[in-house]
Ligand binder design. Structure first.
Ligand code: R5P
Length: 293
């Protein structure tokens, strides 16, 4: 049965690369913005009835891409495909997976429920809080993929490495990167003020970082506040070179510079969200996962 890859506008290059590797039919999407901000979407060709369809669309920029994805999925459904798989490397609003303050919207749940019934399964990368986010899907099968191995490969030439998670929640992710690099890891404690959003971090364990080259690994870099706090702590504790990496880098203006000024030697990310610093390619992991079916 035919496999068709729908090339989502926010994951164009990644989707083309996956489709090429799978030797699947590419369904391009015509995409434009009206002057008032609304989106226009049109599949550039029909999808053969009974196809297995893979839609690749990262949910960034968040609000536009969510609406655009929902529209694309509705058109795809009209062709009566055998199955629809969504590859959403970054799943927007995943950090709002629970109610921290009374009357807050659990936005991750709202978005998951909008998408859930339109697809058969979903792949996402390094999910912020897998247990909660996945629990919002009642219909689609959820599969988490990780960039951890590719991140380790990227840093394989760093001498005397030590991996740091900027908060407790990233311990598992960091552990995989450290195991791949055959080095030790640790994590910082981070507290976020739920009203101001400001974070305060501190070193959790006494570790001698003198001469160690540190790789700070996070799932998301947004304002860069978390990474900058971590860099300051690590520098005070004698770290040598410091590198920052996250699976999802939100392209907020000035953040790369802010992290470099704080003292990072380099900052890199994957092509989950396309950016100038997207040096780690996720296409191979996606292809392998899709081939496993
Ligand atoms: C939150 O706990 C995440 O894992 C990231 O650490 C956070 O989203 C990074 O955000 P920012 O760059 O704004 O500190």
């Amino acid at each position: 049965m035919a496999t068709a890859v729908v090339i989502g506008p926010s994951s164009r290059e990644l989707a083309i690369s996956v489709a090429n590797k799978l030797q699947a039919e590419k369904i391009y999407v015509q995409h434009k913005k009206f002057p008032d901000g609304e989106s226009y979407l049109r599949l550039e060709q029909p999808i053969s009835k009974g196809s297995d369809v893979i839609v690749i669309e990262t949910l960034f920029p968040q609000n536009d891409s969510i609406v655009e994805l929902l529209c694309i999925l509705d058109v795809v459904q009209e062709f009566k495909p055998k199955s629809i798989t969504l590859v959403a490397p970054y799943f927007a609003y995943s950090r709002q997976h629970e109610r921290y303050l009374k009357w807050e919207a659990v936005s991750g749940k709202t978005i998951a429920e909008l998408i859930d019934k339109k697809i058969n399964r979903i792949f996402m990368f390094d999910v912020h809080h897998k247990k909660n986010l996945f629990s919002f899907f009642k219909h689609a099968k959820q599969i988490e993929l990780s960039a951890a191995k590719q991140i380790a490969d990227y840093f394989c030439n760093v001498k005397n490495p030590f991996v740091i998670a900027p908060d407790q929640e990233r311990k598992g992710f960091t552990d995989v990167v450290a195991r791949e690099l055959r080095c030790k890891y640790s994590w910082l404690s981070k507290h976020r003020d739920r009203y101001t959003g400001k974070t305060v971090s501190h070193m959790r364990h006494k570790i001698n970082l003198k001469g160690r080259n540190i790789i700070i690994v996070d799932d998301i870099i947004s304002t860069g506040g978390t990474i900058v706090n971590a860099i300051e702590i690590l520098k005070r504790n004698g770290a040598a070179d410091i590198y920052a990496v996250a699976t999802h880098y939100m392209n907020v203006a000035g953040v790369r510079e802010k992290i470099l000024i704080a003292g990072a030697k380099d900052i890199v990310t994957t092509n989950s969200i396309p950016a100038v610093i997207s040096k780690i390619d996720l296409s191979e992991i996606i292809v392998k996962a899709l081939r496993r079916k």
